[in-house]
Design a protein around this ligand. Sequence first.
Ligand SMILES: [Zn+2]
Length: 117
Amino acid sequence: MSLKHVLCGLRIDTGTTTTCTECDRALTECDPVTIRLHQNRQDIQWHLAACYCLGCVPISFEGLPSTLGTQLLCEGRIGIMQDGQTHQTWPVLVSPTIIETTRRTHVTYHATQEVSE
Ligand SMILES: [Zn+2]
């Protein structure tokens, strides 16, 4: 599965809102967000590490808690998914654009184009 597929529709939280990891501001549908993901060495899964509002987006990885493996910053918007059968909702990432990654070797990521939903 490509990274773009992982990022687009990535489940951020449960319900209809999520909160900024830094300032606890509530974020909901259509709000711009930047998420930080990390991937452990020898792990194929990306883990959601943080979700930032516009005011709290880290400029770089410096100053962030260091983890083994790869970190990724990705900006996008919040969309709300609903399971028509169970009526559960959850916020997801839409229109993801990768803005920075600590992975410098063997993979080059290109920013994804804005896609219409
Ligand atoms: Zn914030």
